[in-house]
Design a protein around this ligand. Sequence first.
Ligand code: PLP
Length: 420
Amino acid sequence: MAEKKLFCPEAKLAEIAAAFGTPFHLYDEAGIRRMARQLLAAFAWCPSFREHYAVKALPNPHILAIMRDEDLGADCSSLAELLLAEAVGLRGPEICFTSNDTPPEEFVKARALGATINLDDITHLRFLENCAGLPPLLSFRYNPGPQRSGGNAIIGTPEESKYGLTHAQLLQAIGEAKAKGVQRFGLHTMVVSNELKADYLIGTATMMFELAVELKEKLNVAVEFINLGGGLGLAYRPEEAELDLAALGEAIRQEYQRILQPAGLDKVGLAMESGRLMTGPFGLLVTRAIHTKDTYKHYIGVDACMAHLMRPALYNAYHHITVLGKANAPANHIYDVVGSLCENNDKFAINRTLPEIQVGDLLAIHDTGAHGTAMGFNYNGKLRCQELLLHEDGSVQLIRRAETMADLFATLDYPGLKLS
Ligand SMILES: *Cc1c(COP(=O)(O)O)cnc(C)c1O
């Protein structure tokens, strides 16, 4: 079986653990920059290509500032994410706002920043008009329904998904928006998540290019851009193959030429909103074994829990684990690696074959750079852990401190409540 590499040498991880304490998420600046450049290079054939990094994957302004330096924009879907994008200086079309069930104040903020708004429903046209006014450029999120199936389970089949407009609604909405004075249009879709099959991603591009041609023919609307959303997957398991971005870009270029150019749509811009791909592989959750327990199974209890990474509990997701300092030890023990939350699904791994683990050993859980801290929560009084950034020069910066009891109790006002 292929091994998954750590982006940071084991000895250095141990030093960081000694200096900062455990648990922590560590992010790799060099890897994040490399991925940003790879994605832009794969679509360099399209001069107006823009990647709007999906902020929800790792919503930290220090990370967002790296994305901005690499010429990426931001994809926001909440007020907090808009504020983070604003904080690093992103404005106007650098931000796209792809929300759903949107509260009015979020539309107001998105309009104030000049963000490109992707409307999730036909009724949002009037809603947006009433709360923030209509911008000159509007984009709509398309839900192809039964036209598109065969993706994986995270979003589900398009017909079961709450997102986007139907085909008929999309045509109607563009007509209505035109009547209300909107002059410029974009299209958006996101029908899949964590997809490693390039063919599926290419098929989505094909569908959107054909839709753009249809809008030209039926409504005489030439869309300015097509946003293919996120959904590019990670090779979480050692035996999985990473997406070949260059090949994906080339295949989409061929579809662009085949479908859009003959229709006179050869100036259409392309956009993406990748999140997971941009940060996921460049995070490690480093945690220490604090207990071993042998009952009907063998357990390793660590000082992290599902408040720091809930993907295994939520989706039964696989995250690779490296036990530091045991590269040459035989992997001949079968463990459940668990956290301290009072939920039996607080397990980072179930029946995982690993080297023998002792109390005090450090474990590095891989691919936690997306939806790790971001999905964190305080159930059972658990506190989110610190986040560290490994800079390209090898220095380590605390980019978010660990939560404290004072943070947890900040919204409570009760005289007898102590912090320790
Ligand atoms: C989550 C999300 C993304 C990012 O998806 P990834 O699978 O992380 O690339 C992009 N756009 C929208 C609207 C999202 O909700």
